[in-house]
Design a protein around this ligand. Sequence first.
Ligand SMILES: [Zn+2]
Length: 304
Amino acid sequence: MSRLLIFLLCTSLFLACKFENPEERLKPQIVVTTSILADGIRNLVGDAADVVALMPAGVDPHLYKASARDLDLLLEADIVLYHGLFLEGKMTEIFEKLSLRKDLINVSENIPTELLLRSGPEAHSVDPHIWFDVKLWSMAMDHAAAELILINPTWETIISANSKSYQAQLAELDQATKLKITELSKSNQALITAHDAFAYFGKAYGIEVLGLQGLSTLSEPGLRDLTGLIKFIVQRDIKAVFAEQTISPKAIQAVVAGCESQNHQIKLAGPLYTDSLGDPEGEAGTYIGMVHTNVSVIFQSLIQ
Ligand SMILES: [Zn+2]
């Protein structure tokens, strides 16, 4: 082997080891919790940083527990962003411990309290599903952009430009959603899902919403809820109920069976993408695609 070849091999090995060190990365690494958040942050930073999501698509964030690999990623990240509002219910302690870091961003922390929905007075009873009101998610993304620039001022030009363009796309998405759901409202239907993820959606776009489980999938659906829900569906002649991609369809299937036992035929539609994006290559692989896909499925299933 020539001396030159040996030299090149040694140099490339040295560089390979060097770039594994967090302090010597080619690009800063941003670690986020959910796939929905990862998509938003990628839109903001573009090629300026690598964005890594702890939870892959299809994973339920309410139940997600950080693995040893996740803890390493969090500790070695240049910046960490999380959703907050107790969405990452099993990771609260980790974020409390990480809170001394100046490069930790809670994207929902600036949403005005009066715009938040809650099921009770306790702190954890706040509804975390703010991304279903596109305007609230725009506020969270705006806050994330401002915080990212504070942490790394060299990103100001790129993030400001990306943020402006993304906010325009979100405003369009909000308008398109409003139009479609307003059209649906004449059918007097309600949106019934496996868990209570759509309260912000119902409030923002004007459709009645019911969930079989509470705000978090940690709770079990009760028999009384099921009986009441079936009665409501039969009385209101509801056409469909919706499964969710991150939740077992068992409980919502029981609603369909219960309706059938009352001689009311109902479709089991969906699954809707609620707490996670779909396959990265599919139509629900981005936040904007996910909202469009959900709205289209809801509209088609309830309009007739
Ligand atoms: Zn949820």
